[in-house]
Write a protein that binds this ligand. Sequence first.
Ligand code: URA
Length: 298
Amino acid sequence: MPLHLDARQRAMLEEMHVRVWWPQEPEPAPAAAAAAAAAAAEAPATRVPAAAPAPAPAVVARAAPAVPAPAPVPTPRQERADEGRSAAIAAMDWSALQQAVAGCEACKLCSTRKNTVFGVGPAAPEADAPPRADWLIVGEAPGEQEDLRGEPFVGQAGKLLDNMLRAVGVSRHGDAKAAPQSAFIVNVLKCRPPGNRNPALDEVAQCEPFLKRQIALLQPKIILAVGRFAVQSLLADSVADVQTVPLGRLRGKVYRYAGVPVVVSYHPAYLLRSLPEKAKAWADLCLAMETAETLKSR
Ligand code: URA
């Protein structure tokens, strides 16, 4: 599919250090040039630095612990309770699911969170119905700002994610004029792990039924899993020993989760710290876009 990139998208790609060939455009007339300069000034996040590279934005990196936190071993009684809870969540409609997440006390994160973070995307057409989203982006867990606002990816990493998505015509706001495709954005965990530590296995296990039901209700054309926690959650049934496979080796293939195609990419917070990987993330987005397009035309 040919890519039609406007000036803003090209600036974004340059910021991502991605080189794409496009035909030369004629010199703009003076009035058009002034308008373009004004538009660029409105988009500081996508501007290309003039000479010296801008200092890296302050990002709170999640420290990788030497040993993952062990999951408590569930008793048979606990296992039965968990199965009952999962079955109840699997039968929920969109608004019941939102309420269940908002009131969840299944793990200790409920005692430290300020807000649950259900997800964000286009408005739902009716109260009980899920929104229509072409893409589902799955990240790791809310950070400090997400916990305060109750919305995923609102910090620096979120800005980068939004810019990258916009470059391929995808937006979390479902505004067809700004971007033809809509995205719903969620995390594996709906509550913030204190101090931005990595999610623990039992926390991921308790949140998993929520993510599963979100996917079943949204039925996106494509899932983009960003970062290793999203990848490990979504590929657990399709890749043997997925926890031991480096994320870079899982890229470039289309997997399935409950029948929905899944593409693997790097976490935006990692991309902010690792410029060379941005070009790979662009390739991942292109694979996701092609996959979503191919399915659409079937
Ligand atoms: N990182 C994530 O994985 N999710 C967020 O919502 C914010 C940062």
